[in-house]
Design a protein around this ligand. Structure first.
Ligand SMILES: [Zn+2]
Length: 195
């Protein structure tokens, strides 16, 4: 994460007695919060391969879940008003320290002020955070692929991009001819059509 942000996150880990883990990449999510149960306390994990700004936003997002759980236990919705207010409040110190570049700060502010944006995967926010990813040569998002393009996932499966259905893209797995729906911002490897 950005160096200026680390001391405060360190304080939160101690203060909330949270087990904070850097996790392997999970395509389905950037981070995760688990509430205490049995003998286990609060647990947060964040994917290791996020860029520093995305890592910090995800970390604060998860700490807002923790804080909301402390205040309301299971009675508050995962991304409801209580969580959102805590996320806003907990983001402030990082704004004050000017940790974020202006475009990221603007995207986060927009996200915080939009009552409809509540999930972990706000597309606009994600797009501006992604601009700070190190450039990976052949990786591209599904929405940037031309129609009918062939692409490969990390697990080696090959798909062909088809049309957009509502918010997601229909893609056909080449070997099984099965249809899958992909998020427009899913990262895939483009395959050269002549291969
Ligand atoms: Zn969440």
């Amino acid at each position: 994460m950005p160096a200026e942000a680390a001391p405060l996150i360190g304080k939160w880990i101690d203060y909330f007695k949270c087990e904070f883990k850097i996790s392997r990449n999970r395509n389905s999510k950037f981070g995760d919060y688990r509430a205490p149960y049995d003998s286990k306390g609060h647990r947060i994990s964040v994917n290791f391969d996020l860029n520093p700004y995305a890592f910090l936003v995800t970390t604060v997002h998860e700490f807002a879940h923790l804080h909301t759980w402390n205040e309301h236990k299971g009675r508050a919705k995962p991304h409801g008003t209580e969580w959102k207010n805590n996320f806003k409040k907990m983001m402030q110190p990082f704004f004050e320290k000017n940790v974020f570049p202006p475009d990221v700060k603007q995207a986060i502010t927009r996200y915080l002020n939009n009552p409809a944006a509540s999930s972990c995967s706000d597309l606009n926010l994600y797009r501006s955070l992604r601009l700070y990813d190190p450039v990976k040569e052949s990786m591209v998002t599904v929405e940037k692929l031309p129609g009918k393009a062939l692409f490969k996932l990390k697990d080696g499966r090959v798909f062909q991009k088809e049309e957009k259905l509502r918010k997601r893209y229909k893609c056909v797995e080449v070997s099984s001819r099965r249809v899958y729906l992909f998020s427009p911002v899913a990262e895939v490897e483009v395959l050269n059509q002549n291969n």
